[in-house]
Design a protein around this ligand. Structure first.
Ligand SMILES: Nc1ncnc2c1ncn2[C@@H]1O[C@H](COP(=O)(O)OP(=O)(O)O)[C@@H](O)[C@H]1O
Ligand SMILES: C[C@@](O)(CCOP(=O)(O)OP(=O)(O)O)CC(=O)O
Length: 197
């Protein structure tokens, strides 16, 4: 029974390169909608939890935006890939377990199989959102190209296979995030209202 899903009204599945601002943008959405209406689900959450336990690491640090997780990223990718090969929906099921809010924001889809899982479970509700910015901006946020990470499926799996429902440009000289997010927020507020009816 633990895996039983409560049906969301809207599932916004975000993807983007590391340091594009997925966490930043999804937090902003949750702030605008409120935590009772909108939850943030991270596919990397249960992955990091299990990985930290098996390797005796600091989970809080692995979950944070600092350099700690980067030391382990390549190995976590391999570790997670073994699990996903056996069962592509493994982390999606764990990440969504117990989510009860009407709006779900999935902050870190990386592979087509992640999106396909949400499309198949919630075909009416799932919309895809890409967060993008230039490499220069990512570098200013601390990104450095790492072979085995930035050229692997974890970072490139959704580069060309998907037509996203929305693309958000998270750059200083782009329109403000509030402006770009307005259609998404409007839809989410309508979906949340319909859940109240
Ligand atoms: N629009 C923005 N304004 C200010 N800081 C930002 C913005 N977007 C991202 N950042 C910062 O850049 C860093 C990387 O963003 P993050 O959301 O963690 O990226 P990702 O989740 O895609 O790896 C974080 O420290 C975050 O606070
Ligand atoms: C092993 C990972 O789950 C690590 C993901 O960590 P984060 O989701 O924290 O990454 P960014 O936000 O892009 O910096 C990647 C994977 O391939 O599953």
């Amino acid at each position: 029974m633990g895996d039983q899903l409560s049906e969301p009204r809207l599932v916004l599945v975000f993807s983007g390169k590391r340091k594009s601002g997925k966490d930043y943008v999804t937090h902003l959405i949750q702030e605008r909608l409120g935590p009772d209406v909108c939850c943030i689900l991270r596919l990397s959450g249960p992955l990091k939890q299990q990985y930290a336990q098996e390797h005796n690491l600091n989970l809080d640090q692995l979950l944070g935006p600092g350099p700690y997780k980067e030391q382990y990223r390549a190995d976590m990718i391999c570790w997670g890939e073994t699990r996903r090969c056996q069962d592509p929906g493994f982390f999606c099921r764990l990440a969504t377990r117990g989510a009860s809010q009407p709006i779900w924001v999935v902050s870190d889809a990386r592979r087509l199989s992640d999106l396909q899982w949400f499309w198949s479970k919630f075909p009416q509700q799932t919309l895809s959102v890409r967060v993008q910015c230039t490499e220069k901006t990512r570098e200013q946020r601390g990104w450095r190209f790492t072979a085995g990470v930035d050229d692997a499926e974890s970072e490139c799996g959704l580069d060309s296979s998907v037509e996203f429902d929305w693309i958000i440009t998270n750059e200083a000289d782009a329109p403000s995030l509030d402006e770009q997010l307005q259609p998404i927020l409007t839809l989410a507020k309508e979906a949340a209202r319909s859940a109240d009816l």
